[in-house]
Design a protein around this ligand. Structure first.
Ligand SMILES: Cc1cc2nc3c(=O)[nH]c(=O)nc-3n(C[C@H](O)[C@H](O)[C@H](O)COP(=O)(O)OP(=O)(O)OC[C@H]3O[C@@H](n4cnc5c(N)ncnc54)[C@H](O)[C@@H]3O)c2cc1C
Length: 391
């Protein structure tokens, strides 16, 4: 007998909702299961904004971006929702900064346009910043903001419009290979249930290890870390509006980044990236005052037009592999189980493409990796050979 679903997608964060969207659009029978409600704030995909950019320090990543932008634009057209705001991006650091240099090489290799600003030109063009002498800026136009929570809502809504079934407040307890398919145990508002499908896609974000520990006979060293973003009031909001102020990323240590005014009127979102504090995803996160204080110090030093005391701090999680390369692959023994995990602090922009890749892998024969979004670095076998040791 044919099982009830072609594919069960576990987790309605950015990756699971993108996979469900593409699969349902391709005509597959999809069940999308989320332990909380779509849009909840316990995982990694909530919030008003995420950076999307052509600029990457690895050519292979930058090369994927034109087609990735096109997929986001396709979603906007199909849904009638505006999700992507172009802002231009400024990548900052000392003249010999390795990140800025690598980004420049990648942009040149791919013939993507960019402009280098020396310290004087930076000061003239972006007087909102106060930067150390000798710092330079790389400006690249194809940089912008994705409306993150709304994009997840829209992908889920489009998946459902194309026939996917959504179950919220339903926790997947286990995924077990059964012949060439899978058996999935659910615990939801109506009690426990067992469902069958031909395939399962695990897109559980910070909870990925709960599945991987039992499904694989080699360890996957995933770390879940505490992250926070903060909103700072602008003295003159017009100076920080889209068009006047770009998305920016500082490639120096401490590594911080920010946005023009977007989701919260009059305030600028800035975040300091630190991955030192590991957390249990089942515990609700709380603000780390030391991290807030360090970020306030950076604001006072580098963005004097903002009030250095934040008006709001939001908590989020990264799930990271040791070298931060994503995991997107089939299970080595049970190819009917696909795994998407470890999307770190840069996954959101790729979500629509990761969803496409997962749908492509799910439609292809085991061993076939025929998708425009496939990169060899996604392979699960890198852990099998344990080249990628825990840090
Ligand atoms: C502060 C912060 C800033 C970031 N900035 C950027 C940025 O500017 N640009 C960018 O590209 N990326 C950025 N990222 C990274 C990006 O947001 C993440 O890589 C991405 O959202 C990860 O999505 P996910 O679907 O893997 O995880 P999640 O969004 O956490 O989704 C996993 C889902 O699975 C569900 N789930 C787990 N276990 C079960 C179960 N047993 N049963 C049912 N459901 C389950 C969870 O509830 C959750 O909803 C940022 C991340 C953070 C935290």
């Amino acid at each position: 007998m044919k099982p009830g679903y072609d594919v069960i997608v576990i987790g309605a964060g950015s990756m699971g909702s993108a996979a469900a969207y593409h699969l349902a659009r391709d005509g597959r029978r999809v069940l999308l299961v989320e332990q909380f409600q779509v849009g909840h704030t316990r995982g990694s995909s909530h919030g008003g904004s995420r950076i999307i950019r052509y600029t990457h320090d690895q050519v292979d990543h930058a090369r994927l971006m034109p087609a990735t932008f096109a997929l986001w634009q396709q979603l906007e057209e199909e849904s009638g929702e505006r999700l992507l705001q172009l802002t231009g991006g400024l990548y900052l650091g000392a003249a010999d900064n390795a990140f800025v240099a690598a980004c420049r090489t990648a942009l040149e290799t791919l013939n993507f346009p960019y402009r280098l600003l020396d310290h004087q030109e930076l000061g003239r063009t972006y007087p909102q910043f106060r930067l150390p002498a000798g710092w330079i800026g790389l400006y690249q136009e194809q940089t912008g903001i994705l409306a993150a929570s709304r994009a997840v809502q829209v992908m889920v809504r489009e998946a459902v419009r194309h026939g996917a079934e959504l179950r919220e407040k339903t926790r997947v307890q286990s995924v077990t290979p059964a012949g060439t398919g899978v058996t999935v145990h659910l615990a939801g508002p109506q009690g426990d249930e067992v469902v069958q499908a031909e395939q399962a896609i695990l897109a559980a974000g910070p909870w990925a290890s709960t599945f991987l520990r039992t499904l694989l006979d080699f360890p996957i060293p995933l770390r879940v870390t505490h992250q926070q973003v903060a909103y700072f009031r602008a003295g003159r909001p017009e100076d920080f509006a889209v068009g006047q102020f770009p998305v920016f990323i500082v490639g120096e240590d401490p590594h911080f980044y920010g946005f023009p005014i977007f989701e919260r009127p009059g305030t600028v979102k800035v975040a300091l990236e630190q991955d030192v504090r590991t957390v249990d995803p089942d515990q609700e996160g709380t603000e780390d005052p030391a991290m807030t204080a360090e970020l306030s110090g950076l604001i006072a030093r580098h963005l004097p037009g903002l009030n250095a005391k934040p008006e709001l701090v939001e908590i989020c999680r990264y799930t990271e592999t040791p070298n931060r390369a994503f995991i997107i692959d089939r299970h080595p023994t049970f190819p009917q189980i696909l795994i998407a995990a470890g999307f770190s602090g840069r996954g959101f922009k790729h979500a629509i493409a990761v969803g496409r890749l997962l749908a492509d892998l799910s439609a292809a024969a085991p061993g076939v990796y025929d998708s425009p979004f496939w990169l060899d670095e996604f392979r699960l076998s890198r852990f099998q050979a344990s080249q990628e040791a825990a840090v």
